[in-house]
Design a protein around this ligand. Structure first.
Ligand code: ADP
Ligand code: MG
Length: 286
């Protein structure tokens, strides 16, 4: 693989809400982090660990109390760069019903490009491409409220895509969905990364989803507590427990097997890999 190229750089970011008042909250504390082009980064951590606050800095919805965030060379504190940053980094939030503004799917996706003041033919082309990329083109004339949760989130992603972004931030965008909806959205995000080279920052409580990322960053009380490939991060079982995080089920199972004396090697992250090791250990040729 080629060298990773930085897209978003977070330097010593601190975010304090209601600074200098009795309600002061230090939500993010001295966080440094890089999001690379076309990488799939999972951001995990307990409730209130600062994930959403950090996410909102990635497209200048919040500005640093201290430190700096640079998106594709643009400093989020530069007011002139604001709209360009918001176009480059799109956000999709948890509740699919709060993000759709129009009464027809394609009109909803057109909303962003219309605000950019693009010519109608260009808007139509972007809407079509975006809906096709998320597998929703056939639903273009439907009313969004009739769609499933997973379909609504894919429309929300299409709305971001129509802006031709370089990064999509999914802030618990799968949390409210059923398993099928979750799979749809995740598959879509992985496909966008692979085909369009769009970076994805996926905030999730679901460790199975995090295990599919290129890299996992764990936040705890506003700081980066762990960072690495899924194999590196999910190997540190005790640490994760202390941070009150779940493990992917296959990592739990590997732990159980090791405690019973079965030498599981490395950190299998998919059930097939663990099953193959177990069968070999049992002397079954696979
Ligand atoms: P997470 O997304 O990991 O659950 P958040 O970034 O939402 O964490 O919150 C981090 C901390 O900041 C929490 O203590 C939360 O209560 C606080 N917080 C979040 N948003 C606000 C806000 N708008 N005003 C004041 N405090 C906030
Ligand atoms: Mg949050």
């Amino acid at each position: 693989m080629s060298e990773p190229v930085p897209l978003i750089e977070v330097f010593h970011l601190t975010h304090v809400y209601h600074a200098g008042t009795p309600q002061e909250v230090r939500a993010v504390h001295d966080v440094s982090l890089t999001v690379h082009r076309a990488e799939f980064l999972a951001l995990v951590g307990g409730n209130g660990s600062g994930k959403s606050t950090l996410a909102k800095h990635l497209n200048a919805l919040l500005l640093p109390t201290e430190g700096r965030v640079v998106v594709d060379g643009l400093d989020t504190r530069d007011p002139q760069a604001l709209w360009e940053i918001r176009r480059k980094v799109g956000m999709v939030f948890q509740n699919p019903d709060n993000q759709i503004v129009a009464t027809v799917v394609e009109e909803d996706v057109a909303f962003g490009p219309e605000n950019l003041g693009l010519p109608p033919e260009e808007i139509a082309q972007r809407v079509e491409e975006a809906l096709r990329a998320v597998g929703m083109l056939e639903h273009r004339r439907r009313e969004p409220h009739l769609l499933s949760g997973g379909q609504k989130q894919r429309v929300a992603i299409a709305g971001v895509l129509a802006m031709r972004p370089q990064c999509i931030v999914l802030d618990e965008a799968t949390t409210m969905l059923d398993p099928e909806g979750r799979r749809e959205v995740l598959r879509t995000a992985h496909r966008l990364r692979e085909r369009e080279g769009i970076a994805v920052v996926h905030i999730t409580h679901n460790m199975e989803e995090a295990a599919q990322a290129d890299r996992v960053v764990v936040l705890h009380e506003g700081r980066v507590a762990l960072e690495g490939t899924p194999r590196e991060v999910f190997r540190d079982v005790r640490r994760l427990r202390r941070l009150r995080l779940d493990l992917p089920e296959v990592a739990e199972l590997s732990g159980c097997l090791r405690r019973r004396g079965i030498p599981v090697e490395g950190q299998p992250l998919d059930p097939g890999e663990l099953a193959a090791q177990l069968l070999r250990w049992c002397g079954v040729v696979v």
